[in-house]
Ligand binder design. Structure first.
Ligand code: DGY
Length: 322
């Protein structure tokens, strides 16, 4: 039987690429160059499956009216970059890779939280630039994390992994905002309280960590009005999606000190980051590293492989989102 023809849009961990090549008729992107919209339009007519990732934009315009492609098996949990409605109309299945990156993404959120609270970025810059003049009682005074209140917006798998770290590792009090009610036994696990609105959460939190999906529905969920509801001593952490935060409003809050600081792993127009953010000292910036560990990136690839295998065996892929 002929193997399905599969396109992998970027370089993947070597172990997964090898397995993919053994199981399917695969074209790998050994140059690792991003595909254009024209490339995607063309690929829709030539491949049974396309394996995009979170930086590949697939709006309705790239969908051929009668595509050969039957599945978009996304490498990544977020899938707002794919027009799932357009896929549905053409009978194309869409899958993602949940679960396997929750722990590492929460680890990065905690890294950002600790770094910004304890001024680690500022301290490292000072030391490397030869500006450190030695220990003194008033040097680079930060904010205590242990025992503080953490507000989590979006209490899915990653939000819960964050609560696990913050509550059990740092004795933090957890408050949560989530679109749907969180089961009482899940809240009880972290001694967490769910509040009805974001407006209820922001004024109470010493740290606010975003773990909601991106996409149009959550664009600028954190805007100037909501930033104003945060305590002047509070910090904002975003490992979700760049568009969730209005970057202009955030840079104003950082510059005018209406919040104490922020930690960002994601940006609205990656890889471009506005100067107003790059120049803010009370901001820690990472280049979208949430899932970037060898273990997780391999697990994500094998999860795509599992979805793809199920699909072409005529079974329902476990991570089908459209
Ligand atoms: C995802 O999977 O959506 C992440 O942003 C990549 O780490």
């Amino acid at each position: 039987m002929q193997k399905p023809k599969v396109l992998v849009t970027r370089r993947w961990p070597q172990a997964v690429e090898a397995q993919m090549a053994a199981n399917f008729d695969v074209d790998l992107n050994s140059a690792d160059t991003p595909l254009s919209q024209d490339d995607f339009r063309d690929a829709m007519t030539r491949y049974d499956a396309i394996l995009p990732t979170v930086t590949d934009k697939l709006p309705a315009a790239v969908f051929d009216s009668s595509p050969r492609t039957r599945i978009l098996a996304n490498y990544g949990v977020g899938f707002a970059h794919i027009d799932t409605e357009a896929a549905k109309v053409r009978g194309i299945a869409v899958t993602n890779t949940p679960d396997v990156l929750s722990e590492c993404t929460a680890d990065i959120a905690m890294t950002l939280l600790l770094m910004v609270a304890r001024r680690a970025g500022e301290g490292e810059r000072e030391l490397r630039e030869g500006r450190w003049t030695g220990w003194r009682p008033t040097h680079l005074i930060g904010t205590k994390v242990s025992g503080a209140t953490l507000g989590i917006i979006g209490f899915g798998r990653i939000g819960q992994a964050m609560a696990q770290r913050a509550h059990f590792g740092f004795g933090m009090r957890i408050i949560v905002h989530n679109r749907s009610p969180v089961p009482p036994e899940v809240l009880a696990r972290y001694n967490a309280t769910q509040v009805p609105t974001i407006e209820d959460l922001l004024p109470q939190a010493d740290f606010v960590s975003l773990h909601c999906p991106g996409g149009a529905a959550n664009r600028h969920l954190i805007n100037a009005r909501r930033l104003d509801l945060m305590k002047p001593s509070a910090f904002l952490i975003n490992t979700a999606r760049g568009e969730v935060v209005d970057e202009h409003a955030l840079s104003q809050s950082l510059w005018f000190g209406t919040i104490a600081g922020a930690g960002l792993d994601v940006f609205e127009r990656e890889p471009s980051v506005p100067d107003a953010l790059l120049n803010a000292d009370n901001l820690v910036l990472l280049p979208h590293l949430g899932s970037a560990t060898r273990e997780t990136r391999e697990a994500m690839g094998f999860r795509v492989l599992e979805n793809l295998t199920a699909f072409f065996d005529g079974r329902s892929p476990r991570d089908r989102v459209a």
